[in-house]
Design a protein around this ligand. Structure first.
Ligand SMILES: O=C[C@H](O)COP(=O)(O)O
Length: 271
């Protein structure tokens, strides 16, 4: 057992900060340095809780240099990638480039990509496969908007996105994959889904993965919750059995707040 969050399952908690389109390459370095100092002062044990940041593309080289130079135990990744490997795709970024920059992860299908850039389930499935092709682990984002939540069809809607995203993956890939459940109505709104909402959906996602890939695989896939996560609500969410981590937006731009989320175990009430 790695930690107290998911009982007998050996899924290392994963705390990820999505900086979105914030922090230029100078600000990004300062933010990461402050985060690393804060966690170092708090004697954070990276072997218990994994930490990752998702800076804008233009920050990645600087982040790589800092992580390597200071030997930081912080993973990093891109916020998107192309479904193609190379060629005439102006503005796109290949998974190969991310891999060469030492990215361990890449976000796929964040709701802001799905809505603002109209990325379809087919494109996102191709992006998921492109990530694996280049040795980068995709963090596949799924989740429903407010209308769907009100209509009560959020589980079906989210599982449809999941099935489309993972179509054609091997068992090993499905086990390595990270899935982030992010209800769109809770993103950047201050409206946080309750721990029981996060658990309901993560349990449904795990059950679906079990149907598709078998119980051994489903027990390994890490599932995150995202949407207005802060230091004061993270521990309760992370205590849920099927929630293995959080994908944090706004609060990841504040190093002290994000470090407190990373150190959620110190906020857990022990019986
Ligand atoms: O990727 C992160 C999510 O969109 C959550 O963002 P938020 O924490 O600002 O609500």
């Amino acid at each position: 057992m790695t930690t107290s969050t998911n009982g007998a399952f050996d899924r290392k908690p994963f705390i990820a900060g999505n900086w979105k389109m914030n922090m230029d390459h100078v600000q990004g370095i300062t933010l990461l340095q402050k985060l690393a100092w804060t966690l170092s002062d708090a004697k954070h044990d990276y072997s218990r809780v994994e930490v990752a940041v998702f800076p804008p593309f233009t920050d990645l080289r600087g982040v790589q240099t800092l992580v390597q130079g200071d030997d930081l135990d912080v993973a990093y990744g891109g916020q998107d990638l192309s479904q193609f490997d190379s060629g005439a795709y102006t503005g796109d970024i290949s998974g190969q480039f991310l891999s060469k920059l030492g990215c361990k992860y890449v976000l796929v299908g964040h709701s802001e990509r799905r809505t603002i850039h109209n990325e379809s389930d087919d494109v996102l499935n191709a992006k998921t496969k492109a990530a694996f092709r280049h040795g980068v682990t995709p963090v596949l984002c799924v989740g429903e908007g407010l209308e769907i939540r009100k209509a009560g069809t959020h589980v079906n809607h989210t599982l449809d996105q999941l099935r489309a995203g993972v179509a054609g993956l091997t068992d090993d890939q499905a086990a390595e994959l990270v899935v982030a459940y992010e209800p769109v109505w809770a993103i950047g709104t201050g409206e946080v889904a309750g721990p029981e909402d996060a658990q309901e959906m993560c349990a449904a996602i795990r059950a679906e993965l079990e149907k598709l890939f078998g119980a051994d695989v489903a027990a390994k896939t890490r599932l995150l919750y995202g949407g207005s996560v802060k230091a004061n609500n993270a521990a309760a969410i992370l205590k849920e059995r099927d929630v293995d981590g959080v994908l944090v937006g706004g609060a990841s731009l504040d190093p002290a707040e994000f470090a407190n989320i990373v150190r959620f175990e110190s906020h857990l009430v022990t019986d």
